[in-house]
Design a protein around this ligand. Structure first.
Ligand code: GAP
Length: 493
């Protein structure tokens, strides 16, 4: 099944998953709203993420924090200076694009992390012109991607919309560490908004100016990075990696967790790589061949990341696309906040009496990109059924079930169907539908990703049973109403 990003976008709008924000006023590039189905899917993803990653350690917690932060935060983090994108503009028309994206499109390779003069040299070397009007391109420049805000009358100081959720746990660290009885590792997670003034927002929700991230910052003792207490349980687990050394040919190589240690990666890092892959394959049920862990080269990764793998899913139109990353950020952030705020970020290890600034391992995920990937992988234009079928796991799908009366002009049948609906809606996300033919209702349900359609028919009045139809196979099964809740529970996992 192949479809373009446009197919995904028009499906999303038609069904109420995701669409351009404020469209009646013309909208703004890079801003999207989630409709009634999209919001449920997004929340289901976020809740699975919370349950899984917060469940990795009893000392991991979620916090919820302000999206606007003072300038000092971004002085400390380096965003004021370094959160910049290279820009290529036309000398004649309005064309402008991120220089690395422009070059990737033209030359078919990744070009992240170069200096403006290096982008300009590449443009000259390959004699590239404006794709809109064919005039000369200007030398590459840089722009800061943060949204500045002027607060109150202006005297309230300067604030910025945060460009990543990560800075919030860093500024909360000291207080939370003390409140949580001074234990490391400490995990602080945020599922929240981030804002970036992207030069070219594009590809639907893959590159927006306002988006949701789910990030877990793990603060730990750097002396213990070579060790993870549960490493034994994952040491033979095969990771689907594309290492820098294996780039040629772009083939994924399976490497066991122990093999990655031999390449110089520490246990604490590799253990979390395993947990991330298991989240994608076992929880989200992404087919293994669509997933890979892409190691960034020194040139590609942010300067403060000592180790950096991207988590990628293969999309229909875009190929392997970054969904998130595992970043070893060292003491870059806490060190920066300590320097600028003058607040001491050191902790004292009681056993050894040693004082140190904790290091950070960051598990970072773009929620919108992951939701997009789930839709992209799940969409099937089913020729046999004559409708779209959205394949989503039972944990993710907006509606697990739907209840239909076979006909709507028989009060005994609609009354029974309504009682079945009331019975089930307490435990599952489920809806009731009596409009149109049953065939039409099945098609609608398939498009919404509903897993089981439950039909109450004439026989139900006699045998106290209903028909369950499975979205994946269209097979139907007769189940006693008294057993229905238990049956759906059995099928859920
Ligand atoms: N705290 C680390 C951090 O923010 P990042 O690679 O810049 O790292 C993390 O962003 C994830 O956020 C990305 O892997 C991607 O999934 C998502 N993301 C980044 N920019 C985005 C954008 N403009 N639109 C949608 N998602 C974005």
């Amino acid at each position: 099944m192949t479809h373009t990003a446009n197919d995904v976008a028009s499906f999303c709008k038609k069904k109420g998953f995701i669409y351009a924000s404020s469209e009646i006023h013309g909208g703004l590039a890079g801003f999207y709203d989630y409709g009634h189905l999209g919001t449920k899917l997004k929340h289901n993803f976020e809740n699975l993420w919370r349950k899984y990653f917060l469940g990795l350690n009893d000392n991991f917690f979620e916090i919820e924090t302000a999206n606007v932060m003072p300038e000092g935060v971004f002085k400390a983090s380096g965003h004021l200076e370094n959160f910049i994108d290279p820009l290529i503009k036309c000398s004649n028309c309005e064309f402008g694009e991120r220089a690395d994206h422009f070059l990737t499109k033209k030359l078919g390779k990744r070009f992240e992390g170069l200096k403006p003069e290096e982008y300009t040299a590449l443009v000259e070397e390959h004699n590239l012109k404006c794709p809109a009007c064919n005039h000369e391109l200007l030398p590459a420049t840089i722009i800061n991607m943060m949204f500045p805000l002027s607060l109150g009358t202006g005297s309230g100081g300067k604030g910025y919309l945060r460009p990543e959720t990560a800075q919030s746990p860093y500024v909360n660290f000291k207080l939370q560490y003390e409140l949580l009885r001074k234990k490391l590792p400490l995990g602080l997670a945020i599922v929240g908004r981030a804002y970036r003034n992207e030069i070219s927002p594009r590809n639907f929700t893959l590159r927006q100016r306002e988006f949701t991230q789910a990030e877990l910052q793990i603060f730990f003792n750097p002396d213990k990075i070579k060790f993870h207490p549960d490493f034994e349980t994952v040491k033979n687990y095969k990771l689907r990696t594309l290492l820098v050394q294996d780039r040629e040919g772009e083939a994924v190589r399976e490497k066991s967790a122990s093999e990655l240690l031999q390449l110089g990666l520490p246990q604490f890092y590799v253990y979390h790589l395993v947990k991330i892959q298991q989240f994608y394959l076992d929880v989200l049920k992404i087919p293994a061949e669509k997933f890979r862990l892409y190691q960034l080269s020194d040139q590609e990764k942010a300067f403060y990341n000592l180790f950096h793998f991207d988590l990628e899913i293969e999309l229909d139109e875009h190929g392997f696309t970054e969904m998130g990353g595992l970043h070893y950020r060292t003491d870059h952030d806490l060190g920066g906040h300590q320097r600028v705020s003058k607040e001491n970020m050191e902790v004292l290890e009681e056993e050894t009496g040693k004082k140190f600034v904790p290091h950070v391992l960051e598990l970072s995920f773009g929620v919108d990109r992951n939701v997009y990937a789930l839709l992209d992988l799940g969409l099937e234009d089913n020729k046999e059924r004559g409708n779209i079928v959205l394949h989503l796991s039972n944990q993710l799908t907006p509606f697990y079930g739907a209840v239909f009366p076979l006909v709507k002009n028989k009060p005994e049948i609609t009354a029974k169907a309504e009682s079945v609906y009331r019975l089930l809606k307490e435990g599952y996300s489920i809806y009731y539908d009596e409009s149109g033919s049953v065939g039409r209702r099945y098609a609608r349900a398939d498009e919404m990703g509903v897993r089981y359609c439950i039909t109450v028919d004439f026989d139900s009045l006699v045998d106290e049973a209903v028909t369950i139809r499975d979205r994946e196979t269209t097979k139907q099964e007769r189940v006693k109403i008294s057993h229905l809740k238990a049956k759906l529970f059995e099928l859920f996992f």
